[in-house]
Design a protein around this ligand. Sequence first.
Ligand code: 6PG
Length: 246
Amino acid sequence: MKNEIKICKSIDTLSQFLGELLKQRINEIPDGCYFSIALSGGSTPKAVFRFLVQHFSQQISWEKILIFWGDERCVPPNDKESNYKMAKESLLDLVPIPKSNIFRIKGENDFKKEALEYENIIKQKIPLINGVPAFDFFMLGLGTEGHTASIFPNHLELFHSEKLFDIATHPETHQNRITATGKLINHARFTVFLVTGEAKSTIVANILNQKPGWEEFPASLVQPKNGKLLWLLDEKAASKLNNKIA
Ligand code: 6PG
């Protein structure tokens, strides 16, 4: 799998690039059809969402977008930890996406039941490719220790799960999470890692330069079967990359 990499000067130029990319793909969607996006949580998307509100709220046909999440913390929707709350406050309340187009993971519910529930919603709403729902756009972040979505190191079984959503536990906080599995992630049409900041430069180089042990990182297993994979980095996150990009 050839990793496509785009290195941007700053998080603003990265957000501008992402906005243009989304605008082009969404605005060409025929009327009556939809563009499905799975959002990630974290501080990077929060900054990107705010930029999109400021610079793309009039340029993107937001009503064509169906919003889902790639992972969610098992907390109520008004909890400061909630990925839904972050997206709602930074983006969804500030652009004209119909509320009926937003499908949150109900972190307040029994997490085993909710993982199944959400999987069924995804199967109903997202067109299948080879029998698996294929998101038009899957947003992912990267933890400094190589996690993505809520698939943490030493839990690669979640990547190989037959389910589309499964249960994870944060290794430090022991917070329960509901996360997309590798089966769903790797069936997306277009997957984008959004990675910024010096703190991520080592893990980015470990993965993209395929340093010894690189295969142990969950993010390394994001290798879309048929879709496109783009690593969208700022210069700080890319600062330790050598030119031997895998
Ligand atoms: C979450 C995210 C998680 C996040 C990474 C990177 O629920 O926390 O889905 O996978 O994307 O931890 O987060 P930052 O962008 O804040 O570094």
